[in-house]
Design a binder for this molecule. Sequence first.
Ligand code: HXC
Length: 259
Amino acid sequence: PGGDEVNNILIEIKDGTGILTIHRPHALNALNRQTLEELKMALVELRSNEQVQVIIITGSGDKAFVAGADIREMEGMTPEEAKRFALLGDEVFTMVETTDKPVIAAVNGFALGGGCELALACDIRYAAEHARFGQPEVGLGITPGFGGTQRLPRLVGKGLGLELLLSGGTIPAEEAWRIGLVNKVVPYVLEEAEKLAQCICTKSPFAVKQTKQLVVHGLNMDMARALRFEAEGFGLCFSSGEQKEGMKAFGEKRVPSFK
Ligand code: HXC
């Protein structure tokens, strides 16, 4: 299948929300190197765009979010090339995880292998009712390589994580919700993600950024250090005009205007 060499990531900016759509419909939005490079560029662009406060990642069409890394591209890789491919995905997904804007995954269908791993790197996951999740890598003779062996057990626990990783089985959205892999299962997943993004956009941008940083980086620290880190972030809020506006508005019984 040709015609997909470039433009595999669509960017739409709407009311403070940047929507990134993985767009390789003929391959169920599978991630090849080109698409990962484009995703990286798109993240750099949205990160520095001051109009964008929240990022949503979704897949093109209604069948797949991302059906994995591109199996056809991986098939002929040498061990060295495969490792570089894993490191490229890690770099891009770590950008998703650590960018100071909240990132919501709107999982609109299959999220398998690298697709499940992409969703795991996001801050919040909403799933369509027909979405399915899994790490089928062991059936292909490989392990996950974009963070699945780490982020999945950290999110759902070691036992449930290993069951998915070792069986290669897939689970429906309801089950993913039951085990805490997704926050919510909804009929119209992009709309619901946009609603959440809209809600976040009404809050103090400074406080939102700080909060994400505190959670994402604090989770990698021991508790004592993480709590000090939190106190620093809390203190910093008082150097922003947004704390003054937020608290003033409370006293005046009006909605704060954070611009
Ligand atoms: C390349 C893919 C693909 C993938 C689907 N396609 N997934 N191409 N890589 N991961 C292509 C199919 O080859 C097919 O192309 C088209 O998309 C439609 O898919 P079908 O299989 O015909 O659809 P369907 O029968 O409905 O089955 C849907 C499916 C199945 C269950 C999602 O496509 C599937 O099992 N896909 C692979 C899922 C997977 O194993 N993912 C993990 C990959 S490993 P043609 O041209 O034939 O029409 C991974 C590693 C990450 O992600 C870490 C790397 C470092």
